[in-house]
Design a protein around this ligand. Structure first.
Ligand code: 6PG
Length: 248
């Protein structure tokens, strides 16, 4: 990686999840104290699931400024919101049903739309938090990383530099073809805080390559994530961090 980053390595699933929920709550409180609003783009995948659940429980649920919190998604599959593959559905089940967030603060990508309409609709939603003509500045963008180095729905071999804010992709990942839409690095890299949540030994080699290997963003999309002004934070468990050797 070419930009500085911070590593947090947690030694149990419980401490990993507590760290994640606490970090999101603290960043939300900071954003609301400074700007009376907290804009976050959430990640899909399995890694953040327990963190979302914890975030909707005491003490974090009661500490969070839900009235000023606005949820977006880093990517979404083009399926209806109640489809098992929907990132919105996962977060609705784990978190939204348990917290007093106003419905108008939930800015989901409309997976039920045709792809062009979904891209246009989501881009319009993003414009509501952007200064005229400039990309929106999220307070937090949450990301995962696949064992192939993908992040959000930016997969190896996908066009690296995308001027658009939102792109559509068709991937055959985890054994099923799926159309998705995804934020691009143009948006993600403008965030105040970019947080990767990565766990599991199966990703250890890829993590070493992404963090300390040669810069090859075409093959390793997670390397495309280079904050322009904000912080880059990796929240890891000991299993995924087991191989980390900083080249001296
Ligand atoms: C998604 C995410 C995707 C995910 C990685 C890691 O919608 O699934 O955007 O990028 O973060 O595939 O997924 P796990 O956390 O399940 O390993």
């Amino acid at each position: 990686m070419t930009k500085p980053f911070t590593l947090h390595i947690l030694d149990s699933p419980e401490s990993f999840n507590q760290f994640g929920a606490r970090l999101l709550t603290e960043l939300a409180q900071e954003a609301v104290a400074q700007r009376n609003r907290f804009n976050i783009a959430l990640s899909g995948g399995g890694t953040p699931a327990s963190i979302y659940k914890l975030w909707g429980e005491r003490p974090y649920r009661d500490q969070m400024p839900w009235q000023q919190t606005h949820l977006f998604w880093g990517d979404e599959r083009l399926v209806p919101p109640d489809d098992p593959g929907s990132n919105f559905r996962q977060i609705n089940t784990l978190l939204l049903k348990n917290v007093p967030i106003p419905k108008e603060n939930i800015h989901r990508a409309k997976g039920e739309y045709a792809v062009e309409t979904a891209v246009a609709d989501y881009t319009t939603q993003l414009k509501t938090i952007a200064q005229a003509g400039a990309p929106p500045i999220f307070d937090v963008v949450l990301l995962g990383m696949g064992s192939d180095g993908h992040t959000a729905s930016l997969f190896p071999g996908s066009p690296p530099q995308q001027s658009e804010w939102v792109v559509s992709v068709t991937v055959n990942y985890d054994g099923r073809p799926a159309q998705r839409i995804s934020l691009t690095p143009t948006i993600i890299n403008c965030a105040r805080h970019i947080i990767f949540l990565v766990s599991g030994g199966s990703k250890a080699t890829m993590l070493q390559n992404v963090l300390y290997g040669p810069y090859q963003p075409d093959r390793l999309p997670a390397q495309r994530i280079q904050p322009t002004h904000g912080t880059l934070i990796w929240v890891l468990d000991t299993a995924v961090a087991q191989n980390l050797i900083h080249p001296s």
